[in-house]
Design a protein around this ligand. Structure first.
Ligand SMILES: O=C(O)CCC(=O)C(=O)O
Ligand SMILES: [Fe+2]
Length: 588
């Protein structure tokens, strides 16, 4: 990130020159080097940029680079294993290590249907439009949200239900001065666009808007947004393909979201003080944000409906949560997993481990069937109960939970910490993998598929993997699973008394049902309670933790594996309330 942390009064202070191209320094220099990012910890350019710019919330990094170093060095926990970043100022760097281009940042590559018109309004008109606004008087149409101020014209956009009420138009109509925006526009760009609703968002530097897709059934296509006062980078994400594009919106530009970009992508602005943009020379640089006021024009869809072909973000087509998929962005899914999987396992890890001694016979058989000298990777090894099964093979275990890995360490197993979505393991290097009760903790199909894809990547050709996930159906051929059979109180789950809980992330929330333990599942995405039994704590004071699960339908795991062209399904079976597959990698 050249030019990122330039300081004129730099004093060279070599503290470690083991690489002759780089001179490290404790004083601000041209570069701030990150010394341990790469394959081993899964930190790529994107993650780094995201993290560095996050700290732009605290300080302007060009003014106070030392502060950035102070806050991040050794503390900022990134990557799959949460390892601290090691950072230092660097005085010199070889030419080959020059600027690393930001992979997904582009001014040319836009989601399909997205049109950006630069210099859409003159500076004069910009001033006029901005001065037509008043934020001072307090009325219902103006709100101070956590990360921005908003006001509505024509109709109120109701946050929470993300809806408008067509029967309650506002007295305040779209200001007349806004008509001038369309006057200079090519007639072919926005034919027949007659907006009747306007949302004005005012963002101070550091403000933003969570990723969202403007409710399909409420508004027609397109959604049109004018940026005044400041430029900003807007993030577009496609939940189906997991694609992410950062789009630079210059001051006084008009953004037209139509077609796929309107219905099939979310848009949002990350709250931070500055953005990383490409300057005219194609070099990444930091641009401070100013106060930005956006004018988002929409046309109500009456009656509300939608016939789009993008069900994942469609409020009409979306299947109810308990049928199959949770419609959350990749980012939200990751946040949910942090809160309701990773943190929980770290809290309950020791107690959980005490309850996980016995191995499942079919998993043991798989491990024992591996030829002597095979290299096995147990992805999500937990307390390592399968790492001791076969003495004749070389075993590696990995898990996200440090609490569980501590147990493995005490048992002298070979382990490393990582996320199953990005294994820090070379391609084609492992003879066999097991993934037992792991993938069902991932909150979107895309993420579950990514976990399988990682297993396939590291496997050698002809390598095999055994995958277990929790089945939605806990009963097969009239036989209850051991999970149901352990229901000592003979509790019956009652479908119409389902308790739900909301998990809130800034302005997004996910509502999930809380499962009643040892009963049949009624939902696909749910929270399963874990009662933490601690010594000397009376039963009624035991803490209850909620873990997120996606329980698999019959055939779902097999179908997920069939999506990979290089997979043979060797075996697919049901084992005590779990769906299981043995797969073989057939080619690259
Ligand atoms: O600030 C912007 O440009 C976007 C605003 C927006 O997406 C919205 O209000 O729905
Ligand atoms: Fe929006």
């Amino acid at each position: 990130m050249k030019n990122l942390l330039k300081k004129t009064k730099a004093k060279e202070f070599p503290i470690n020159a083991d690489n002759s191209n780089i001179i490290f320094s404790s004083e601000p220099q041209e570069y701030l080097g990150i010394l341990n990012a790469g394959l081993s910890n899964g930190i790529n350019t994107e993650v780094l940029l995201e993290e560095v710019t996050k700290y732009a919330q605290l300080t302007d990094i060009r003014k106070d680079p030392k502060k950035v170093l102070e806050v991040m060095n050794g503390k900022s926990k990134l990557g799959q294993n949460g390892a601290p970043l090691l950072m230092s100022f660097c005085a010199r760097i070889s030419d080959e290590n020059e600027v690393c281009p930001r992979q997904n940042f582009t001014q040319n590559k836009l989601p399909s249907g997205l049109i950006l018109i630069e210099d859409c309004v003159s500076e004069d008109l910009e001033k006029k439009i901005l001065s037509s606004l008043s934020w001072s008087d307090n009325d219902d149409e103006k709100r101070n949200l956590k990360y921005r101020k908003v006001q509505h014209f024509g109709y109120e956009f109701i946050y929470g239900s993300n809806n408008v009420d067509p029967k309650s138009p506002l007295r305040r109509k779209i200001p007349d001065v806004c008509n001038d925006i369309w006057k200079n526009l090519d007639q072919n760009i926005l034919p027949n666009f007659t907006p009747d609703q306007l949302t004005v968002n005012e963002y101070e530097p550091g403000h933003g808007i969570p990723p969202h897709c403007d409710t399909h059934s409420c508004f027609e296509d397109p959604i049109v947004s004018l940026s005044l006062g400041s430029s900003v980078v807007m993030e577009f994400r496609n939940p189906e393909s997991s694609k992410h594009l950062s789009v630079f919106l210059p001051q006084r530009s008009l953004l037209i979201m139509s077609g796929e970009s309107r219905y099939g992508w979310t848009h949002g602005i990350t709250p931070r003080m500055s953005d990383i943009v490409t300057n005219v020379d194609g070099i990444l640089t930091v641009q401070s944000r100013q106060k930005r006021t956006s004018f988002t024009f929409r046309k109500l869809r009456i009656p509300s409906s939608c016939s789009c072909s993008f069900p994942s973000l469609c409020d009409v087509k979306r299947k109810p949560d308990n049928i199959i998929e949770m419609h959350v962005t990749n980012e939200l899914a990751a946040k949910l997993e942090i809160e309701k999987v990773h943190k929980v396992y770290n809290e309950i890890g020791s107690h959980f481990s005490e309850t996980r001694h016995s191995t499942w016979p079919n998993v043991e058989d798989f491990l024992k069937s591996l030829p002597e000298g095979s290299i096995l990777c147990d992805v999500g090894c937990g307390n390592g109960k399968y790492l001791g099964v076969n003495e004749g093979i070389f075993k590696l275990g990995c898990d996200r939970s440090e609490t569980l890995l501590q147990v493995c360490l005490q048992r002298n197993f070979n382990i490393f910490q990582c996320d199953c979505l990005q294994l820090p393991v070379r391609d084609i290097s492992i003879d066999a993998c097991i993934s037992i009760a792991v993938i069902h903790h991932l909150a979107t199909e895309e993420r579950r598929k990514q976990a399988i894809s990682e297993i396939l990547r590291v496997l050698v050709i002809e390598g095999t993997a055994l995958i277990y996930v929790w089945a939605k159906d806990q009963q097969k051929d009239n036989k209850k699973s051991s999970y149901l059979l352990q229901n000592q109180k003979q509790e019956k789950s009652c479908n119409n008394q389902i308790e739900k809980t909301k998990i809130i992330f800034d302005e997004n929330e996910i509502e999930l049902p809380i499962h009643q333990n040892r009963t049949q599942f009624h939902h696909t995405n749910l929270l399963v309670p874990w009662k933490l039994k601690e010594k000397d704590i009376p039963k009624e004071q035991q803490k209850v933790f909620l873990r997120y699960y996606h329980v698999f339908e019959d055939g779902e795991l097999e179908n997920l594996c069939k999506e990979f062209k290089n997979v043979d399904i060797i075996k697919s079976y049901y084992d005590q309330g779990n769906h299981c597959v043995v797969i073989k990698k057939t080619s690259f």
